[in-house]
Design a protein. Structure first.
Lengths: 314, 207
């Protein structure tokens, strides 16, 4: 067999540079500033903040003093760690990065993935959520790609789980069940752990809800559920009205791999690709962990996957 | 065939069971599992079935070459994959069990030596019970291990128990029940949302 020649290799590199240039051009026009990030995170702190992430998938590094570090599995927490302690109240920061993240795959091999990500810090307006999603759509449009975007709300799931469970152990189990969309296990959980009657209907149908927010609002009012759920639904209605796009789907059972999201969350898919190509959302709670509660949101795109799609489309 | 839903099925009896469930759910399926073909195209429903080993069903779905698939809960638990586990199909029922020689005393064993095809499931089960173990990973004929002194016990899936009896082994502990699950690639779930959820809804009524 023939191996990739240096000319072919250079062609791919050229394509990659074009894709990156195109993205950076758009971000530059929108006043985003490029930042450099650290390679390492403190293991203990990282694990504490990201309990849902599989520890086996993290690349651990130890220095001579015995300090255990993680080769960054994501970049958002890294940026927040740097920015929040020095954040000036009421300022809005628009940052982006182009860096690699690291993980261990099922066979124990270290994987490196190049990501481009955007973070907006200090802006709590709902319009900013939709503007951000709109920007991702534009970014893909520049490559004639139309991803399907799935939107959910982590706050909705968090409140629902909190109200349906009594212990931390149950909370984790229920979160995992929802993450896997396992209907049978969900029904078994409801029966086994005495989920309050008034929450059973909302919880047991969670995988079916799409954009029927008005109907869910009625259910919340009728069953006298937590008032915060109503507010979340109102926010989702606003978002739905602001984002009139064909490629958008809503899924209220959507859960991300990261614990720090606390509001709207979204993922982007392209037909024929095995995983999501971008993901993001609002993570106001993460900033609090680093000293100050500041509204924040962002997303990250897998650059290698994007390049493959761009090359595949010719 | 670009828009066909690709379904990974485990070769053998389970594939037949799954197609029977789909037929019961109202799908007209005119394909013959008895040919030696590994890829079967169902023009009526716009489905493509791929017949692979149960453990590879998981890989096909993770890699997205198949959109959905059917495989045992044992395979899913051992792989801990990032997929949707949409439903329990109620077929292929068996149990994860600990088995060993009859009349065997496991007292005075500070470390239990276990032969298994499922090292991750075994490790998790015993770490929850605070029992120290060491694992011998095998890929088949696990029942032989305790007989020849390769291990104290085995952890394996047990359906009828006939293989155990034939090898003079008995179940020492039943861990938990298993069955076949309908799984989906996360990206495919979104791309083929209508097809997959319709299939799921229709199957739900008959299992």
């Amino acid at each position: 067999m023939d191996f990739t020649t240096i000319n072919e290799e250079l062609f791919f590199i050229q394509k990659r540079n074009e894709v990156i240039r195109n993205i950076e051009e758009l971000l530059f026009q929108k006043d985003y500033i490029k930042v450099e990030t650290d390679y390492f995170e403190e293991y203990d702190k990282y694990v504490e903040l990201n309990q849902r992430q599989d520890r086996q998938k993290m690349v651990k590094v130890q220095d001579n003093s015995g300090r255990v570090l993680v080769l960054r599995p994501d970049i958002t927490s890294n940026i927040i760690k740097q920015v929040i302690p020095r954040y000036l109240d009421n300022s809005i920061l628009k940052l982006y990065y182009l860096d690699s993240i690291f993980s261990v795959d099922v066979n124990g091999i270290i994987e490196q993935k190049k990501q481009c990500g955007v973070e907006i810090i200090g802006d709590k307006k709902t319009e900013t959520d939709t503007d951000l999603i709109q920007m991702v759509i534009t970014l893909f449009e520049n490559f004639q790609i139309e991803p399907i975007i799935e939107i959910g709300n982590q706050q909705f799931i968090n409140i629902l789980i909190e109200q349906s469970t009594t212990t931390e152990e149950q909370r984790k189990t229920l979160m995992k069940i929802i993450q896997r969309k396992s209907k049978n296990e969900l029904l078994r959980f409801i029966a086994l752990y005495n989920v309050p009657n008034k929450y059973q209907e909302l919880l047991s149908n969670i995988f079916q809800y799409q954009n029927d927010f008005e109907q869910i609002k009625d259910l919340i009012i009728e069953n006298k559920l937590d008032q915060r759920l109503l507010k979340v639904m109102d926010k989702m209605i606003t978002i739905k009205n602001l984002l009139q796009q064909d490629a958008i789907r809503y899924d209220l059972s959507l859960v991300t791999d990261f614990d720090y999201y606390s509001g709207i969350i979204f993922k982007g898919y392209i037909k024929g690709m095995k995983t999501d190509i971008f993901r993001g959302g609002r993570y106001d709670l993460l900033t609090k962990e680093y000293g100050k509660e500041v509204p924040a949101l962002g997303f990250s795109i897998d650059i290698q996957s994007l390049i493959e799609v761009v090359i595949g489309n010719g | 065939m670009d828009n066909y839903l690709k379904i990974a099925l485990p070769k053998g009896r389970l594939a037949k069971d799954v197609l029977d469930i789909m037929r019961k759910a109202g799908y007209v399926i005119n394909i013959d599992l008895d040919t030696r073909k590994l890829v079967l195209i169902d023009e009526t429903n716009k489905f493509v079935y791929m017949l692979v080993k149960p453990i590879d069903v998981l890989t096909y779905v993770i890699e997205g070459v198949c959109d959905i698939g059917v495989t045992g809960k044992d395979v899913i638990d051992e792989g801990n994959p990032d997929i949707y586990e949409l439903m329990d199909l109620g077929v292929g029922k068996c149990r994860f069990s600990v088995a060993g020689r009859s009349n065997q005393s496991l007292l005075n064993k500070p470390t239990l030596k276990i032969a298994t095809k499922y090292p991750k499931v075994t490790t998790k089960y015993y770490s929850d019970k605070n029992q120290k173990i060491s694992i011998v990973k095998l890929s088949g004929s696990v029942e032989l291990a305790p007989l020849i002194g390769l291990s104290d016990v085995i952890v394996d899936i047990v359906e009828t128990g006939n293989t155990l009896t034939a090898n003079k082994l008995q179940i020492l502990e039943e861990m938990y029940e298993l069955s076949a699950r309908l799984i989906s690639n996360k990206s495919s779930y979104r791309v083929y949302y209508d097809t997959i959820t319709t299939l799921q809804r229709r199957i739900e009524k008959v299992v």
